[in-house]
Write a protein that binds this ligand. Structure first.
Ligand SMILES: NC(=O)C1=CN([C@@H]2O[C@H](COP(=O)(O)OP(=O)(O)OC[C@H]3O[C@@H](n4cnc5c(N)ncnc54)[C@H](OP(=O)(O)O)[C@@H]3O)[C@@H](O)[C@H]2O)C=CC1
Ligand SMILES: CC(=O)N[C@@H](CCC(=O)OP(=O)(O)O)C(=O)O
Length: 320
């Protein structure tokens, strides 16, 4: 039986390397590789993009758009990790847990656009609450993100690990303070918001792992922490990669690195003692459920491969 052929365009980058690690040793897939000397050559890329069953685009937006233009074979499918196609109606949004029909849409799509790392956290919290009518679409929402430096890609990784200069290098930096971060469009579209949220991302001196928080005043909403938690629990019941943590198990401190190398996403509701306020929180690996793990999860859906337990994880070589 012929195996599906997979090409990772951008395989030398942060996300590309992650996906290679997650797919390494899979007997059911055939990984096509580009000649490293020609990895940015449109002719060499085009040959592989049109030969592969699925190409995973681990590229910056312009190169991802170019890859889509280069892929002219109607049988060749694309799974894009970049921001380029996330709100493009011709592409299916790659968050399988969005609703009950989303896995089927991804399975039959020719073009799938993965969510971003921060937006995976924000959408996973917002979408069930707006869909349940607990959070009005025009409610003034603010979102904070806290990411490890691998979120900034190869240049920021090298800046941290090899001491090179970079404007985003530092122990802890707020950024995107023009309040116009690239994840806002997909967060609104798939989180069910009509009012632009205030999104303030922050990046710190740890390599990978992130949290996303959304504080809410509940009196204005006329709801309770229990109702919000219940809606999240109901939405994600039975999901393999998303866990709504019971409120009595909330950790006292939220370590962004706790889910590194997994494809897991944990959601929390932290209530105030008087139940008048909550902080909703999401925790994930930006390179896992935020990028590479999500890509493997979607690839398996696109190819109808269900039986690879834990395939979206990276096996740690050292003992825990
Ligand atoms: N890092 C993260 O946490 C996440 C990243 N993403 C998205 O994934 C995509 C890749 O990000 P990331 O892996 O971090 O970025 P990197 O910069 O680490 O990797 C991008 C890779 O693409 C290569 N490249 C550049 N231009 C071309 C071209 N024309 N043809 C082929 N290859 C090219 C780069 O080579 P060179 O370095 O030599 O220029 C590099 O190896 C981005 O769109 C990003 O937004 C999504 C979710 C999370
Ligand atoms: C720390 C850092 O720079 N993070 C990136 C987001 C990570 C990423 O590349 O996100 P996508 O999922 O949208 O591709 C940023 O804020 O632009």
């Amino acid at each position: 039986m012929t195996k599906p052929q997979i090409f990772i365009d951008g395989e030398a980058g942060t996300t590309g390397l992650q996906i290679r690690s997650r797919l390494a040793g899979r007997p059911d897939l055939d990984l096509l590789s580009i000649d490293p000397a020609r990895r940015k050559d449109p002719v060499a890329r085009s040959e592989l993009l049109n030969a592969a069953d699925v190409s995973i685009l681990c590229l910056h937006d312009d190169a991802a758009r170019e890859a889509a233009r280069l892929t002219t074979n109607p049988a060749a499918r694309l799974l894009d990790a970049s921001t380029a196609h996330r709100v493009n109606p011709a592409w299916v949004f790659g968050f399988p847990e969005l609703d009950a029909d989303q896995p089927g849409r991804i399975r039959s799509a020719r073009h799938v656009a993965n969510p971003g790392c921060y937006s995976t956290g924000a959408i996973s919290l917002l979408a069930p609450l707006t869909a349940a009518g607990l959070l009005p679409a025009d409610f003034p929402v603010s979102i904070q993100g806290y990411s490890g430096y691998s979120g900034g890609g190869r240049a920021l990784v090298e800046a941290h690990e090899q001491g090179q200069a970079h404007p985003m290098r530092g122990a802890f930096l707020g950024y995107a303070l023009g309040l116009n971060h690239k994840h806002i469009p997909e967060t609104m579209r798939y989180g069910g918001l009509t009012r632009t949220p205030i999104f303030t991302p922050n990046v710190g001196g740890w390599a990978q792992g992130m949290t996303v928080t959304i504080p809410l005043h509940l009196r204005e909403l006329g709801t309770t922490p229990e109702a919000l938690h219940g809606a999240l629990q109901q939405h994600y019941a039975g999901q393999r990669y998303v866990r709504v943590v019971p409120m009595n198990e909330n950790p006292e401190t939220l370590d962004p690195q706790a889910l590194n190398d997994t494809n897991d996403l944990e959601l929390f509701v932290y209530p105030s003692a008087d139940s008048g306020r909550v902080v909703l929180a999401a925790r994930l690996d930006n390179l896992g459920k935020g990028a590479g793990g999500a890509a493997v999860q979607n690839l398996e859906l696109m190819l109808g491969l269900g039986g690879h337990s834990g395939a979206a994880r990276i096996e740690r070589s050292e003992s825990p």
